[in-house]
Design a protein around this ligand. Structure first.
Ligand SMILES: Cc1cc2nc3c(=O)[nH]c(=O)nc-3n(C[C@H](O)[C@H](O)[C@H](O)COP(=O)(O)O)c2cc1C
Length: 333
């Protein structure tokens, strides 16, 4: 039994889920400030993708370090890349609490955070500070962008482009998140016409040709997916991330359900299915995310065609040794 499951997890799980997250992030931010200098890149098998070199294929999924407060801490756990955000153009508080719920028996979470974050300007300033402190991580850093809640859906292209303009100098790749279930109407932006307008608005600001990816929902029907893939390829995106959380709660026992997106082990099968469908349709690289909780579930994603994987919920249940363990296992095969 690890120190995490013997000691840290039982203590953290006595706290409400979001409080446990805040406590962990404070600890990691402190560790990052002290230890973040001259950290060797994490081990594993390197992957070249989107014109970037990833020291290993295991990344931190968006949502864990929304404001990049603990940026240098993640490679210490063995992560080969980090995705910060979701960041929106305007700072916003998100939905009322409580808004994150554990389902320990399912090794799952339900969240309806609603893009709580400090806004693109503040996050850009923090990233600049990390850079000038000499603690910038030696792994690729992606920045996940979302729509500000107060911005009308029709105005989404301008809103995403504004965030991109503020952050473009700070990230190695960018993600257009049109798949979180907790901002009203956001998933409608997965429609080809809406997505095309967003991608064009970002492209107009992207003189440096930073890789831009699109993160999709696991709840898309096949025809929607087909339209989306054509749109992404026509607009020359660099790749896809599959998937975000699901609104399918059929695996959640009655009485334990909550409104929001489900992540973790019960998402895995659905997420793997959409990953396979996507890989069959696209020429572009895909990052697989959803229900990675051990080396086997990570391997299933790479066998389904994912070039890289990410995880969030697995870290909550399995602890900080997990990314290094998965990277080491996958380097063996
Ligand atoms: C509490 C929580 C917050 C999240 N916030 C974001 C977010 O801000 N942006 C995003 O694109 N995905 C977000 N996600 C989704 C994850 O990045 C990931 O796609 C999803 O949880 C599936 O992976 P997992 O099963 O490994 O958790 C969040 C997930 C959780 C559990």
């Amino acid at each position: 039994m690890s120190l995490y499951s013997a000691l840290a997890r039982p203590l953290l799980f006595r706290l409400p889920a979001e409080t446990a997250h805040e406590v962990s992030m404070k600890f990691l931010a402190a560790a990052a400030a002290v230890l973040g200098r001259n950290v060797a890149p994490p081990r594993g098998r390197a992957v070249d993708c989107f014109g970037l070199r990833f020291p290993n294929a295991v990344g931190l999924a968006a949502g864990m370090d929304k404001n990049a407060t603990a940026l240098p801490a993640w490679p210490l756990m063995g992560f080969g890349f980090i995705e910060i955000g979701t960041v929106t153009a305007l700072a916003q508080p998100g939905n009322p609490k409580p808004r994150v719920f554990r389902l320990p028996r399912q090794k799952a979470l339900i969240n309806r955070l609603g893009f709580n974050n400090e806004g693109a300007e503040a996050v850009a300033a923090r990233l600049a500070e990390w850079k000038s402190s000499g603690r910038w991580p030696r792994v690729p850093v992606g920045i996940n962008l979302g729509k500000s809640r107060v911005t009308a859906l029709d105005d989404a292209p301008r809103d995403y482009a504004q965030s991109f303009r503020l952050l473009r100098g700070h990230g190695d790749y960018f993600v257009v998140n049109v798949s979180s279930p907790n901002t009203p109407g956001l998933r409608d932006l997965q429609g080809a016409a809406q997505l095309r307008a967003i991608l064009r608005a970002i492209a107009a600001e992207n003189a440096e040709k930073k890789p831009v990816l699109v993160k999709i929902s696991p709840d898309l029907a096949e025809p929607q997916l087909a339209d989306l893939v054509s749109c992404g390829e026509e607009e020359s995106i660099a790749g896809w991330i599959a998937t975000n959380t699901t609104l399918d709660h059929s695996s959640v026992p009655a009485g334990e359900d909550q409104e929001g997106g489900l992540s973790g082990v019960p998402l895995r099968e659905k997420s793997d299915t959409v990953l396979r469908e996507l890989v069959a349709r696209t020429r572009l690289p895909v990052i697989g995310v959803g229900g990675v909780s051990d080396a086997e579930s990570a391997r299933a994603k790479t066998e389904a065609g994912a070039k890289l994987v990410q995880l969030y919920t697995g870290l909550v249940y399995r602890g900080p040794a997990l990314p290094r363990q998965i990277a080491a296992e996958s380097a063996k095969v």
